[in-house]
Design a protein around this ligand. Structure first.
Ligand code: AMP
Length: 397
């Protein structure tokens, strides 16, 4: 089946056309600056990349431009749009009702809309993409794959906050977890790659990128994950604080006369390693280079990031009463040789020993612990688009 995977942001849209049988990408690209000046990138596999400026006042024109490229007689990869079998949409928040990927109907649309208070930046944009595809390709099955559904398997002891129960009853305040598509994909790949028993394993996945999170999975089911009601909780991230004493907000509100909206915005956009490095960068390549040049704030930010990851690994190993394997993924997990080394250096008590040579690997499945390491550690590149295509093919059949 030809599955068109769409990841719609507020002013951008990433897409891939994936053959679900071969799991190969036929074409991919993105539309940027939607509603501004509009820029389209189209890359057919094995063909030349096209980049151009095109007016795209709304997501509908952007998707139409993509569809035109896919069936272009010279550079397209399809003869007609009839060859698109289904469309898979990445959706941020499924709210408290949705626990798995679903075929989209009016009820699902209403549920995604209802959850927009929990995903105010993403859910409205995701819906725009869904509605545009339904209009431009009527009658095709559309599937929603949510960032939150993997975490919906957590037990109450992991997802409930220690706050007045009526907040849960009235507003569904609980931990949901995000990056679920990645955690689900990588944990399954890890089990396959290491030949672990699908029905008897305990694994930890560290998704380390601009946004970062850790998950604990027992026998294919998520038992805990570090993000919460929103993606702000947990690890230190590029610009997000992760875990913090909420009383800091009141203290700074009083000192600087800021309200809670402004302060949470700062925790989301001006904190993390960016804030810790005094605004130097949210990109670990910049921080690593600055640290090498003697910038102490940059060095501390990277150290604090790795330390927090190691603490989460420790707490999840304890929560599961052991761990068989750990996977590292995301831009930092797949490429950050120094960061991996720092994180794993905390795990001697688990019997983890690192293979320094293997740890130089970037961007492919690779065991980076030594053969005698008590816990196997591996790089497993994530592929959220493929995960979305797999779920879409399964549901659209
Ligand atoms: P992602 O959000 O998964 O695309 O990851 C993006 C992040 O990966 C960037 O912000 C970088 O901090 C990080 N990254 C990419 N390459 C490297 C590298 N070679 N070393 C360390 N971090 C890297």
């Amino acid at each position: 089946m030809n599955i068109l995977v769409i990841n719609c942001g507020s002013s951008s849209l990433k897409y891939q056309l994936i053959d679900s049988e071969t799991e190969q990408v036929s074409a991919k690209g993105l539309c940027e600056r939607i509603a501004l000046d509009g820029r389209l990138t189209y890359q057919p596999t094995g063909g030349e990349k096209e980049v151009g400026d095109f007016p795209m006042p709304t997501h509908e024109e952007a998707i139409q431009l993509v569809l035109d490229r896919l069936v272009n007689p010279e550079t397209g990869v399809l003869k007609s749009l009839d060859e698109v079998d289904a469309i898979g949409h990445r959706v941020l928040h499924g709210g408290h009702k949705i626990t798995s990927s679903v075929l989209i109907d009016d009820e699902v649309i209403a549920t995604i809309d209802e959850a927009k208070d929990l995903g105010p930046l993403h859910n409205p944009a995701n819906l725009i993409g869904i509605k545009a595809c339904m209009k431009l390709m009527p009658g095709k099955p559309n599937v929603a794959v949510f960032d939150t559904t993997f975490g919906m398997a957590m037990p109450p002891k992991a997802y409930m906050y220690a706050v007045p129960h009526e907040w849960y009853e009235k507003y569904h305040v609980r931990r949901y977890g995000f990056h679920g598509t990645s955690h689900s994909f990588v944990s399954k790949e890890l089990v396959k790659f290491l030949n672990l028993d699908p029905n008897n394993h305990k694994v930890i996945v560290c998704h380390l990128g601009n946004g970062s999170s850790v998950s604990a999975t027992v026998n294919g089911k998520c038992v805990d994950t570090s993000m919460g009601l929103t993606p702000l909780e947990g690890l230190i991230m590029g610009t997000r604080s992760g875990d913090i004493d909420p009383a800091v907000l009141e203290y700074i509100a009083r000192k600087e006369g800021k309200d809670v909206f402004e302060l949470v915005n700062i925790l989301n956009k001006k904190s993390g390693v960016f804030g810790m490095s005094n605004g130097l960068s949210s990109d670990f390549r910049d921080l690593d280079a600055a640290a090498k040049d003697g910038n102490e704030l940059a060095a501390n930010a990277v150290q604090a990031f790795c330390y927090r990851v190691a603490k989460y690994i420790g707490s999840y190993a304890a929560a599961m009463n052991g761990v068989d394997a750990i996977a590292l993924t995301g831009g930092i997990g797949e490429n950050g040789v120094g960061e991996r080394d720092k994180i794993l250096s905390y795990l001697g008590y688990l019997g983890v020993t690192i293979d320094a040579e293997a740890n130089k690997t970037r961007g492919k499945n690779q065991i980076i612990s030594t053969p005698d390491s008590k816990v196997t550690v591996a790089i497993i590149p994530t592929n959220e688009e493929l995960a979305i295509a797999r779920d879409t093919a399964m549901l659209a059949k």
